[in-house]
Design a protein around this ligand. Structure first.
Ligand code: SAM
Length: 308
């Protein structure tokens, strides 16, 4: 795979956006903020997979996981899901139909290697001859963005106003770079369970969306059928870490990915969090008129909400 030095990537990414250049390439992550002396006081905790960790540690632990998996991420996604993640992502984008009502401005948060962004741009172009829909891919991890940037270099979208990559935290995108009420569509796929404070990420989603804009999340969720749940557990806890070890030499990161799925709120609880953030959702059930749509018995799930 072609690799780019960070500085070259930084300036190339900067060119591909209409936003003003920043000190680091599009970085508003807390790591690039001036160091502050932490306030003394008891540390709050959160989960990192099955471990309980201080809240302030989770971000760097998650960053470590994705630094480690970035170069193999697309290959491993295919291997672990036997290609099924592609079907889920196709369904996700097919449900959102970018371009169907004219060009849309999208932000794909925790966008990683750009899988959703590429599908959205292809969908808009192939189905609606739309070459104006645009996607800002945002991720906290520079290595994942780098892989996405290199991938997009081989596409017709490279160096156009349709795609830009930004390093930023879903919990605090930055008010100057990501203006309030500026996007038609906010997507986050297999990302929100890694965020330390999900409510803060939802509040940011609400802030950057225009009134009437759509929030859409694709995430692993709870399997309701007990037989399927048992089979899925066996597969997840034995096969996935083993594949991580064999194919990527990294068992621990894939063990975390499996554990983080189990720690994510249920469909119902997550729908409630979306509603609490101010979004209009459907009723709290799966399917037509519902706040979410289960895929493959709830192994994955699409939640949507509209900013009112
Ligand atoms: C499993 S990958 C999903 C990537 C992509 N959306 C996809 O579906 O293939 C999760 C991504 O979330 C990113 N991430 C984790 N915490 C984040 C945060 N607080 N803000 C932004 N991105 C974050 C990781 O760096 C990683 O790229």
């Amino acid at each position: 795979m072609q690799s780019l030095a960070p500085r070259r990537l930084a300036s190339a990414c900067r060119r591909s956006t209409t936003l003003p250049p920043t000190r680091r390439w599009h970085s508003s992550s807390p790591q690039s903020a001036p160091t502050q002396t932490p306030e003394p006081g008891p540390s709050r905790t959160t989960h990192f997979g099955y471990r309980t960790v201080p809240e302030e540690s989770k971000e760097s632990l998650v960053r470590g996981v994705f630094d480690s998996v970035a170069s193999n991420y697309d290959l491993m996604n295919d291997a672990m899901s036997m290609g099924v993640h592609r079907l889920w992502k196709d369904e996700f984008v097919g449900l959102l139909r970018p371009g169907s009502k004219g060009p849309v401005r999208c932000i794909d948060v925790a966008g990683g290697t750009g899988d959703i962004a590429l599908r959205m741009l292809d969908h808009a172009r192939e189905k609606y001859a739309d070459r104006e829909t645009s996607v800002d891919v945002v991720d906290i991890n520079a290595e994942m963005l780098r892989a996405g940037y290199v991938r997009f270099k081989k596409t017709m979208y490279h160096d156009t106003s349709q795609i830009a990559f930004h390093e930023a935290n879903a919990q605090d995108l930055g008010q100057e770079r990501f203006l309030s009420n500026s996007y038609d569509l906010y997507t986050i796929a297999f990302g929100i369970r890694n965020v330390t404070n999900i409510r803060e990420a939802l509040a940011e989603a609400y802030r950057v969306l225009k009134p009437g804009g759509t929030f859409a999340c694709l995430e692993f969720n709870k399997v309701t059928n007990p037989i399927l749940a048992q089979l899925y557990d066996q597969y997840s806890f034995s096969v996935i870490p083993m594949l991580g070890s064999i194919l990527a030499g990294d068992r621990d990161s894939y063990q975390y990915l499996v554990e983080s799925i189990r720690r994510f709120p249920s469909q119902w609880d997550f729908a409630k969090m979306i509603a609490d953030a101010g979004f209009a959702t459907g009723e709290h059930h799966s399917g037509n008129g519902g706040a979410w749509r289960d895929l493959w018995g709830g192994i994955a799930c699409i939640h949507t909400g509209v900013k009112v």
